[in-house]
Design a binder for this molecule. Structure first.
Ligand code: HEC
Ligand code: HEC
Length: 301
């Protein structure tokens, strides 16, 4: 065989191998039904975690959905550097919402970034943070969502170039970017500090904006909470380190006041770039949780 022919066959073999490897590495890795804990759902806890997780910030009803104010009926455009998404309807409508979903499908979406069809979801949906939640808390969110009125609001497909290939490639990204290890309590800290650490690092997904990203958009953990460019591509996100030492807040109690009240009480550094929504969601938590988040954040050095 001519040398050129061999090279072409060699390249084709390499490409096939590459494709095969790509296919294997990018495979969806779902949680099985048998991995779910035995759990009696607690709707009140679900509501609490729903606010801590800020589901409404992205899933709020779009302008063309009628009668759904304050409900996560979806359809509001969510811009990312790779394209615009329309986070879908989370109300229990059987046809257009989550009514027909099983619990394990819900847990796989929220904690593994997988659709019921096994497609990879974009990590703009902060499942890499939600992966650290207790699965019981995720099941409680499901129960809370089920208690909301069902709204009929069909899903809108995202404006994404090369969507199937891009989704498959997210599977490779997950090998580095998705770590579902639960958050281990720190024995030397108070119970409320540990509660704050749990809420901030799992449901709260504060990292998603406050930790800068490096290569492949992976969080740069050596600069955890140090702030950086805004993930939506515009403006900056401030550092959460040493907020008291830098005289941004008097103490943890002052920071707690800021989370509870935000701009209306003169705390102006929590208003823009999505932080206004975060603050408004935090303000709906019980005082003990707001204090816990403040205690943990004020301790970051
Ligand atoms: C920062 C924005 C953001 C937040 C916060 C957020 N989501 Fe989403 N969510 C998205 C986006 C974007 C998508 C679409 C992802 C895609 O198509 O790849 C999505 C998709 C989903 C899906 C659909 C998966 C599918 O296969 O159709 C579910 C279910 C979901 N989110 C539940 C939740 C729940 C529950 C919460 C709160 C615990 C939440 N989301 C918080 C942005 C968000
Ligand atoms: C969607 C991106 C985003 C998320 C998620 C987010 N933040 Fe922020 N945060 C910002 C931006 C942007 C600002 C600056 C807002 C301003 O100056 O008006 C900010 C400001 C703050 C400030 C004020 C800092 C200062 O210098 O006064 C604190 C404290 C804070 N965030 C804590 C948190 C906590 C705790 C969470 C998680 C519960 C969180 N943020 C989640 C984007 C975000």
């Amino acid at each position: 065989m001519a040398r050129g022919g061999k090279i072409i066959i060699g390249l084709a073999a390499l490409a096939a191998l590459g494709l095969g490897t790509f296919w294997v590495l990018s495979e969806p890795r779902a949680i099985a039904q048998s991995d779910l804990p035995q759990h009696v759902a607690d709707v009140a806890n679900g509501e609490r975690l729903y606010h801590a997780a800020g589901c409404i910030s992205c899933h709020k009803a779009g302008p063309d959905v009628v009668g759904a104010e304050g409900l996560p009926a979806g359809g509001t455009p969510f811009k990312t550097p790779i394209g615009t998404f329309y986070p879908p309807n989370l109300t229990p409508d059987a046809e257009t919402g989550l009514g027909g979903w099983t619990d394990v499908q819900f847990v796989n979406a929220v904690q593994r970034g997988l659709s019921p069809e096994g497609e990879h979801l974009v990590p703009a949906f902060p499942y890499t943070s939600y992966a650290h939640m207790k699965t019981e808390d995720v099941l409680d969110i499901r129960a809370y969502l089920n208690s909301l009125p069902a709204i009929n609001a069909p899903e809108k497909r995202p404006d994404l170039p090369f969507e199937p290939l891009l989704r498959r490639a997210i599977g490779i990204w997950k090998l580095m970017g998705l770590d579902p290890t639960p958050i281990a309590p720190v024995a030397a800290q108070t119970e409320s500090w540990n509660r704050g650490a749990y809420l901030v690092n799992s449901a709260g997904h504060c990292n998603e904006c406050h930790t800068p990203r490096g290569l492949f958009m992976l969080p740069d953990w050596t600069h955890k909470f140090a702030g950086g460019p805004h993930p939506d591509g515009q403006g900056k996100v401030p550092s959460l380190l040493d907020l008291v030492g830098r005289k941004k807040y008097i103490d943890a109690a002052d920071l707690s006041m800021a989370f509870a009240n935000g701009e209306i009480m003169g705390y102006e550094d929590m208003a823009s770039g999505g932080m206004g929504d975060v603050q408004s969601n935090l303000s709906k938590l019980p005082q003990s949780d707001i204090d816990a988040v403040a205690e943990y954040v004020a301790s970051l050095k």
